[in-house]
Design a protein around this ligand. Structure first.
Ligand code: HEM
Length: 493
């Protein structure tokens, strides 16, 4: 029975009076249909993997276990609230390259800096980015993450033009206004740190995309984005009423809003609003409206929760390490005092943010310890040999950033939060909070800038304390202090 035939039979049955038995029957049919699809997929993936491996039979597969048919080791991965425990245990048992089977896909996980570099940099052409189809259609199929080759290189040039230092240095005073406004709104109340950091990161992302002057449509755009976000991790069932369906509708509306902004810019011939949209609109080889909107939605997505998670961890680690907080505060107070002219505090400049080595080390160490992106995904486009093992075509390959960041070979006493370790550069390819290679993060300069600006005002003007005694970690999907770190912030004087 095809899915569409199945849907029409649902309608027919619901209109009859035998509602309950019919619903049970539907549930049974749905179960059988899903079981059939899963079995078919499991069979075809193992068959194609077997066919692909045929020419390179002599090489062994990496050590490891594949678990149960189809479900593989998915339950083991998720049985712990922290998936990093699974990765660490596997590495201890099998070494730095091992195979497993997660969510219906055979995978090879790699945790040596050399293997991660091969996958992401030197032999990156053999490993394509890969995402579940539902995520791809929600973010936009033409977004940068999913691309390779010429179109990817073209997009990357345009994105980097907007987010490299020359593209963002002019935004410092505007980012500062966003930071001050956020901090004022937290004063004297208990806040969910992560939620507040998300608001901050979203406002900075919109500023860096649409430029300083764009104010129309921003509220509408935010509302649509919130709906999209709610559906992002939901079951991909596109039926009216589901979160997924609402998210897809919101995605369409976001595209329409971006189209309206583009057309009003073209009419008014607004030249200098700055930001990513300008970079896209000025592209020599024009991008279509759809390509622009897919990439704008994608960048908001890439910029927001990542930066907000890191900022939340920084607040936590500074709170737990008074000596480090003291050192950061002193560094920031010195800058603040140098900015006071006629009893008035002048705006921060790009150059000021380059005089913050201690704060920068805190950011680096936080990104190492928290490793909010524990890993990334690629897919082998052909049979590949890696460290003497075969990776069959179609298998997923996951460089485990967190394992590399937490290896005592790369970072002695790795669980300790110690920003001073970054007084010396880490060994090559051992520190990759922004990834590596042609898909590494083009927003890293902006992320660092917005964190420095917020930390400048936070440490010089506010104190904070954890509300409640909860400690722990949650994943949503990025690693995060439990419950988003409820905190009370108050002004120092
Ligand atoms: C602390 C905050 C951030 C972290 C930790 C982070 C981390 C990463 C990582 C690890 C990747 C590579 C993923 C892979 O190789 O599969 C990546 C890609 C990306 N990031 Fe970030 N990111 C952050 C902030 C931002 C910001 C602020 C922006 C934009 C303004 C941004 C835009 C992007 C884009 C567009 C990509 C895809 C690049 C491509 O596929 O060529 N990120 N990010």
């Amino acid at each position: 029975m095809s899915p569409s035939a199945y849907t029409s039979s649902i309608t027919a049955i619901l209109s009859s009076s035998l509602l309950l038995p019919s619903v049970l029957m539907i549930a049974c049919l749905l179960f059988l249909y899903l079981a059939y699809r899963l079995a078919l997929r499991a069979f075809s993936s193992s068959a194609s993997a077997a066919a692909a491996t045929a020419p390179a039979r002599k090489l062994p597969l990496p050590p490891g276990s594949m678990g149960w048919p189809y479900i593989g080791e998915t339950f083991q991965l998720y049985s712990n609230s922290n998936p990093n425990i699974f990765f660490a245990l596997k590495q201890k048992r099998y070494g730095s390259i091992f195979k497993t089977h997660i969510l219906g896909c055979p995978c090879v996980m790699v945790s040596s800096p050399e293997a991660a570099r091969l996958v992401l940099v030197t032999r990156a052409h053999l490993f394509k980015p890969t995402f579940p189809a539902s995520k791809e259609c929600m973010l936009g199929p033409q977004a940068i993450f999913f691309q390779q080759g010429e179109y990817h290189a073209r997009l990357r040039r345009l994105v980097l033009r907007a987010f490299m230092p020359d593209g963002i240095r002019g935004f410092v005073p505007n980012i500062e206004s966003v930071a001050l406004c956020a901090l004022r709104s937290w004063d004297g109340r208990m806040v969910n740190t992560f939620q507040e950091m998300k608001t901050y990161a979203l406002n900075v992302a919109l500023l860096s995309i649409f430029g300083k002057d764009e104010i129309s449509y921003m509220e509408e755009l935010k509302q649509c984005y919130y709906t999209l976000e709610k559906g992002y991790n939901s079951m991909p069932i596109n039926l009216p009423g589901t979160l997924f369906h609402k998210a897809m509708k919101a995605r369409k509306q976001l595209g329409q809003i971006v189209a309206k902004i583009i057309s009003s810019r073209r009419e008014k011939k607004v030249g200098d609003a700055g930001g990513l949209l300008r970079s896209f609109m000025e592209a020599k080889e024009a991008l279509t409206e759809e390509q622009i909107s897919d990439n704008i939605i994608g960048v908001i997505f890439a910029a927001r929760d990542t930066t907000a998670s890191v900022l939340t961890w920084i607040v936590k680690f500074l709170g737990e390490n008074p000596a480090v907080l003291q050192a950061v505060t002193e560094e920031q107070e010195e800058i603040m005092n140098s900015k006071v002219v006629d009893e008035e505090e002048k705006s921060l400049s790009w150059a000021d943010t380059k005089r913050m080595p201690m704060t920068s080390r805190v950011i680096q160490e936080t990104m190492r310890v928290a490793s909010i992106l524990s890993f990334t995904f690629r897919e082998a486009v052909q049979d590949v040999e890696l460290e003497g093992y075969l990776i069959p075509k179609g298998w997923k390959v996951m460089p485990l950033f967190r394992n590399i960041h937490h290896s005592p070979d790369n970072f002695p006493n790795p669980e300790k939060f110690d920003p001073s370790r970054f007084e010396v550069s880490p060994k090559p390819n051992t520190f990759m909070p922004f990834g590596n290679g042609s898909h590494s993060c083009p927003g890293n300069e902006l992320a660092k800038l917005e964190m420095l600006v917020l930390l400048h005002h936070l440490t010089t003007k506010y104190r904070w304390s954890v509300s409640g005694l909860q400690s722990g970690i949650q994943f949503g999907p990025f690693a995060l202090p439990l419950n988003g770190l409820p905190m009370t912030f108050s002004r120092k004087i």
